[in-house]
Design a protein around this ligand. Structure first.
Ligand code: GLA
Length: 733
């Protein structure tokens, strides 16, 4: 039993394998947070709510209610009645005031987990997950808040979400609805976040918590390149293997906030939800609002354990695609090979050469539709450009299939070019503030997905193409962020709903797509990796990680991404050198090793690379076949990080049954006159013997983990210079 209500103590106790979460009720019915952390073997207690010390609860000491409100550890704090820390819910009533206060009303515990209407969310069977719903009421507004906790016991994960129900008679406005809150005392926490920019997504950032608010957020209409809907508070000196970690990750792809706040009493409030900027939701009588889900996890064994918990959870309880554990085709994408300058002949030339090398799918990227030879036109006009695809799409796909390859295609369905037939016909379909010229980005505007006919149009454009030919893969792109937040469809009262309705429209389209085309391999993308989030993983098992395909830049980007997301979700390709973004030259072999820690594919003109490189491709393809299943299913450990100023980088993936481990070592900068380096492996069976493939070297698991493996200098007479890499594959004897 993962969840129980201990009535005599008025406590809800939720246990996972290694963690416990305690919620307590006060005599007034305030719902307070008692504890989250390492699993308690016995029943929890109430004393941590501190209701026996000043500031006493209002029923004991009404005179200082405000002091109580500003101190009490709330499970779900509401704004306006005395708690000055960040609130999770702000409601404006018909009289124009903001203020509400919630009291416990009822609860239910059930096996399984309900889906969240219109939203991506984790799932599990009745054996895998149990749910607690606590209903609280504001007696004045007759507004209910349903706090929902789903406990995935064996995964050490608790998911949280909130539903707001208007049971009164007023027309309410929700000006802020967050999804989760965690109040704790500050134990010298540090805050781990992921930040970046285009081509520099998800760098790991770590800073001590200080007084006041510190946050990451997005108001860009997507989770963004710049900040990420993830926040971990870690105790000081937490490493990959030691220390306590409290982490939240948002299953949502639009505006978000993830914030930690230290207050006057040394308490920390951690919150996550939809950003309140540009948000205002009308909640009329009888209506309800469902906030997206937050995935919460605790580890007392450092960040590495947190990573395993997220990876396993997303692989088993969030990603639905049949490709999740299935072999994924090794693709070649023509974007960096040709950009807009291609036609069917050129694509077939690439496909033929790729087939010879063992590549399994050709992906036709941007530029096949409308009159698009550059990025300033035709988005919205999803008809095949027969000047380029001369004998039509079906013919091209058929020819590629006859070569024995699959075919994939690129779309950017959420966008509209001012220079398009669609815009000329429906200028009001673009997001814009009436009377104001919308701000341009990449010469395009964004479609108003709050308008049902736009969602229908955009969906049918994609579906019609997929119905017209046997296409196996779609890359769904989104190349600009939202601004000029206005809709000619929504009335003035509802403009504050646009950004969330946009995300709901997107989810609706992708849900339809994976339902109508259940065997489609969908890869999401957004100007590289601006919408790499848990929300999108519900629809696509892989997401393009960054437009930066340089192998060395990717070390940092992929390390940050893999902190939360499984390697098999990370879109990674081998591209040509000098790299188109940074101009760096790296060995072809290294590019392959780094792409192997992702989906593995190619993004280059295979007809133009050197003969020597072309000859290496079949070996890389074989390498991918050999290790793909291990990479998809195994446990990933970050061993050494170049990011942390080391001259080399190293990670490993261990099979779940500990029968093999693949170590990737990258000597980023060459160093002269160096001896071997000790690398401490992790996750092996201590007493088992492991043989390094291709050698007679045998080590025990404990040797490799405690004494370490000696990585010889990988620089030799034939391998000199920076950016050299090597794989070490150990097999249990
Ligand atoms: C985005 C993607 C690229 C490519 C281009 C095409 O930038 O991230 O991979 O598809 O769009 O315009």
């Amino acid at each position: 039993m993962a969840i129980r209500y201990i009535e005599k103590k008025q406590i809800f106790q939720m246990d996972t394998k290694h963690s416990t979460y305690l919620i307590g009720l006060t005599t007034e019915g305030y719902v307070g947070h008692i504890y989250y952390g390492k699993r308690l073997k016995k029943e929890g207690n109430h004393y941590l709510l501190r209701t026996k010390e000043a500031p006493y609860t209002p029923s004991v000491y009404e005179r200082e209610k405000m002091v109580f409100m500003d101190f009490f550890p709330f499970e779900y704090p509401s704004g306006g009645v005395g708690d000055y820390r960040e609130s999770c819910l702000d409601v404006r009533g018909e009289k124009g005031n903001i203020g509400c206060e919630f009291f416990f009303q009822s609860y239910q515990i059930y096996k399984g987990k309900a889906a969240l209407s219109g939203l991506p969310a984790s799932f599990g069977t009745e054996k895998e997950v149990e749910t607690l719903e606590i209903t609280c009421e504001d007696p004045i507004l007759k507004l209910n808040v349903v706090l929902s906790y789903s406990v995935f016991e064996s995964c050490d994960i608790i998911t949280r979400s909130v539903r707001i129900e208007n049971r009164g008679t007023e027309h309410l406005k929700l000006e802020k609805v967050y999804s989760a809150c965690l109040d704790m005392d500050n134990r010298e926490f540090e805050m781990v976040t992921l930040t970046g920019s285009w081509a520099r997504e998800r760098y790991i950032q770590r800073n001590p918590i200080h007084f006041g608010k510190q946050l990451v957020s997005s108001t860009r209409g997507e989770s963004s390149h710049q900040e990420h809907p993830f926040l971990a508070l870690v105790t000081k000196n937490t490493t990959q293997e030691t220390g306590e970690v409290y982490a939240m990750n948002f299953v949502y792809s639009g505006n978000f906030i993830a914030q930690a706040e230290e207050n006057q009493f040394g308490q920390v409030r951690m919150v996550m939800g939809i950003h309140s900027n540009y948000f205002c939701w009308n909640l009329k009588q009888g209506e309800s609002f469902q906030a997206p889900e937050v995935v919460l996890t605790y580890s007392d064994q450092g960040l590495g354990q947190m990573t395993h918990q997220f990876h396993d959870f997303y692989r088993n309880h969030l990603i639905r695609s049949p490709y999740q554990f299935r072999k994924r085709p090794i693709l070649i994408n023509n974007w960096e090979a040709t950009y807009f300058d291609f036609n069917s002949e050129k694509l077939l030339e690439i496909a033929k050469e790729a087939k010879k090398a063992g590549i399994e799918m050709l992906v036709m990227d941007d530029g096949w539709f409308g009159k698009r030879n550059f990025d300033d036109n035709s988005l919205g006009d999803w008809t095949v450009n027969t000047k380029k695809i001369t004998s039509g799409l079906l013919d091209l796909v058929t020819k590629v299939k006859e070569l024995g390859m699959e075919f994939g295609i690129w779309f950017e369905p959420e966008m509209i070019s001012p220079d398009s037939e669609l815009y000329r016909t429906h200028p009001d379909w673009a997001i814009q503030i009436a009377g104001r010229r919308p701000t341009m980005c990449r010469a395009q505007y964004v479609l108003d997905l709050s308008r049902p006919e736009v969602v229908e149009y955009a969906y049918q454009c994609v579906a019609e193409i997929l119905r017209s030919a046997p296409i196996s893969y779609v890359k769904w792109d989104m190349n600009r962020q939202l601004c000029d937040i206005g809709s000619s469809y929504l009335d003035s009262e509802s403009q504050g709903e646009l950004m969330h309705r946009y995300v709901l429209g997107l989810y609706q389209m992708q849900e339809r797509l994976v339902t109508e085309f259940p065997n489609l391999l969908l890869e999401n993308c957004s100007g590289g990796g601006a919408r790499f989030d848990a929300g999108m993983l519900y629809y696509s098992p892989q997401i393009w990680c960054s437009d930066d395909t340089d192998a060395i830049e990717r070390l940092r980007i992929q390390e940050g991404t893999a902190l939360i997301y499984p390697l098999a979700t990370i879109g990674a390709h081998i591209s040509d050198c000098p790299n188109h973004i940074v101009g760096r030259n790296t060995p072809f072999e290294t590019r392959g090793h780094i792409a192997l820690a992702g989906t593995f594919g190619y993004e280059l003109d295979i007809t133009k690379i050197t003969e020597e490189e072309r000859k290496m491709i079949p070996k890389q393809v074989a390498m991918c076949h050999k290790y793909q299943s291990l990479m998809q299913r195994g446990d990933y450990y970050r061993l050494v990080s170049w990011n942390e100023k080391k001259p080399y980088d190293c990670w490993e993936v261990v099979a779940k049954d500990q029968s093999e481990v693949l170590v990737t070592f990258v000597q980023v900068l060459a160093q002269p006159n160096m001896h071997s380096r000790v690398i401490y492996l992790q996750g092996l069976e201590e007493c088992a013997e492991y043989q390094l493939e291709g050698t007679q070297e045998v080590y025990t698991g404990e040797e490799l983990m405690q004494c370490g493996y000696l990585i010889p200098s990988i620089l030799s007479s034939d391998k000199k210079g920076d950016y050299q890499s090597h794989l070490y594959h150990f097999l249990r004897k």
